[in-house]
Design a protein around this ligand. Sequence first.
Ligand code: GTP
Ligand code: MG
Length: 392
Amino acid sequence: MIIKKYVASSMKEALSKIGKELGKDAVIISQRAIRKPGIKGLFSPKVVEITAAVESKSNDLSWDDKEINSKSILPVDIVKNDELELRQEVETMKSLINSYFSTQSNNSINEEIKLEELDNKNKEESELQQEKASNSDIYFKEVKERLRELDISKDIVEELLETIKINIQVSSIDEIMNGIKEELGATIKIDSSEINGTIALVGPTGVGKTTTIAKLAGDLALVKKKKVGLITVDTYRIGAVEQLKTYADIMNIDFKVVFSLAEMEEAINSMKECDVILLDTTGRSSKNTMQVLELKAFLDRAKVDNAYLVVSATTKSGDMDIIANGFSNIKYKGLVLTKLDETSTYGSILNICRRTQVPIKFITVGQNVPDDIKVPLEDEIIKLVLGENSIC
Ligand SMILES: Nc1nc2c(ncn2[C@@H]2O[C@H](COP(=O)(O)OP(=O)(O)OP(=O)(O)O)[C@@H](O)[C@H]2O)c(=O)[nH]1
Ligand SMILES: [Mg+2]
């Protein structure tokens, strides 16, 4: 017996093959519609697989076309079943495809909504940032104008605001002002230590050096009961000697006038017993280097422990720079700020502190000897500089 399997695209083609190969006596054992193997088979039409058998191959003629057509061995049913199956599969695929696309489109709608929301959020944030930036620009501009009105020099104002712009995110003028206060705290320092040894006051003309010496002498001798000596090298101005001598007489203090370097040494030696020697000097123009160097020679001969630069708070910011520079040959250790009662803007104090980098030793607030002098508080000076306080 011969048993053979045939695969053809249609029943007719299969039967034709069987007829030709196995002859008229061939019988069909089984038949089914199958797909070609592999992924490609999924997308190609089904084929017919027929298993046929024959006792032995006869020489009879194979089936002719008529016979093939008459062999109603279920091919029609198969086709019908195939069609049905195919339809069902197509329907399943259709619904799968539809559901896939509807999910896809739902997803893409959701994505779009999300993107739009994100876009809106970003827009809002950038608008907020822009608004903040433009507001902070306004605040900075306003503070800049305010500081300039207080006579703080332009470059210091710029420097201060730049530092604050870098270090803090501002949303109000108060925040900028607080930042500035912190910065000023680092610049404005107070030296509240007691004065001892030989002390000299130097500075431009008419700022209040002699008056301050008298105030200090009064406080040290009358209040603190220290032994005080007074020396003046101010021999240029008419009445200068008499001015200090009068105070010395009233307070019963040792007083010497010095005209030369040799006399300076002598005067200092004669006051060895004093706790404090106060040295009054001639007012010098900070622009005159020779005068300042001559003054330095006197101070060196006196072996001064500490020299203080006396400046009036009424001095313009720009002039403070010139003074700080002009007296730089004298290594002053601190500042005496005078006439704070005569002005209402104190920006120039910041200028002199910034340029000299030395602490404030005293401030004077009037002509009364010895009362109108004091060691200030840091906060007090910062408030004055920023126009938040005034000297009445
Ligand atoms: N309002 C006010 N006036 C002051 C103060 N200190 C000094 N003066 C006055 O400023 C004027 C000059 O003071 P002086 O002490 O002579 O100044 P100086 O620095 O010694 O002057 P020269 O020796 O000429 O360089 C005087 O009329 C003082 O009374 C102060 O704190 N406030
Ligand atoms: Mg004087």
